[in-house]
Structures are given as structure tokens and as C-alpha cells.
Ligand binder design. Structure first.
Ligand code: FES
Length: 151
């Protein structure tokens, strides 16, 4: 038995083969403007949601109870933001190198981290880029325990 650890948060994937398993994305599916119920979110506070109009979004709630929906692709190396997590301060953190985004405007507020990508000039360069060309944001509201697109 091989246990791969390439899944965010090291949830791992069990496989009976030495070959990597074929894995598929498993985003939640929006029902029209109803993106997701809050009780469908786990402790990460964010999830990928497939929508008809905007493709897959990262949808979640901050610890302060504010819902958000933002683009799903990190500006650094394209990790899926819906697989990240919401921090105690309400930022959306990338699952790969922990860049952080302000979910109210989509701007990167902290650059990538780690031994390689946390190299200060490199990280600062990406923070500058990500603050100018941040994640797209989508207006949402909380209603009856669910997050809805507004417009
Ligand atoms: S891919 Fe998001 S910080 Fe590197």
C-alpha cells in the first residue's frame, strides 16, 4: 500500500499500486445563485464550488461571519484557493506556499512562504504582483444559512 501525500493538508490518498491514482476535482456544485450552505464547509472555512456563470470559485466564510467568493487560482503558481484555508484574521491562505489574500478585495497581502519561495525579494515581488492583480471577487450574501451570489 502506497500513501501519497500530495493532497492539501496531507489528507493523503491510499492506493494499492505503486502508480499514482487518478484523482478528480470534487467541487461542490452551485444551485443557481445558491453557492453552498455554511454547514457544508469544514474547519478550513472555504471550498471549491462550480458555478454556471463563473466556473469554479473559492467560496467560504471568515471567522467574523462574512461570506466571500473569489477566483480559485493563486497568483503565484496556480494552486486552487478553494483547497486552502481561512486564517483566524480572515485571510484566505493558499494551500501550497501559504500566500494570503484579503477576501474583500482579492489582493495578496502576504507573499509565498517556505525555504525557497519565502526568499524575501522573491516573496515581496509576488506580493506586489498579487496586490495589483489579485483574485477576482464576487458579491455574495448570507441568507438562511447559505451563501448566495448577488447580482
Ligand atoms: S501557489 Fe499559492 S503561494 Fe504558491
Amino acid at each position: 500500500m502506497v500513501r501519497l501525500r500530495n493532497d492539501p493538508h496531507e489528507r493523503g490518498v491510499d492506493t494499492g499500486s505503486v502508480l499514482p491514482p487518478i484523482t478528480h476535482d470534487n467541487p461542490a456544485v452551485a444551485q443557481g445563485d445558491l453557492l453552498i450552505r455554511v454547514d457544508q464547509l469544514d474547519e478550513r472555512g472555504v471550498r471549491e464550488v462550480r458555478t454556471e456563470r463563473h466556473g469554479v470559485l473559492a467560496v467560504g466564510v471568515t471567522p467574523g461571519g462574512e461570506p466571500f467568493a473569489v477566483g480559485n487560482v493563486c497568483r503565484h503558481q496556480y494552486a486552487r484557493m478553494g483547497r486552502g484555508s481561512v486564517t483566524a484574521s480572515g485571510c484566505l491562505e493558499c494551500p501550497w506556499h501559504r500566500a494570503r489574500y484579503d477576501v474583500t478585495n482579492g489582493r495578496m497581502v502576504e507573499g509565498p512562504k517556505g525555504r525557497i519561495f519565502g526568499f524575501r525579494p522573491y516573496s515581496a515581488m509576488f506580493r506586489l504582483f498579487g496586490s495589483r492583480f489579485g483574485l477576482r471577487t464576487f458579491p455574495v450574501r448570507l441568507q438562511d444559512g447559505a451563501i448566495h451570489l448577488v447580482n
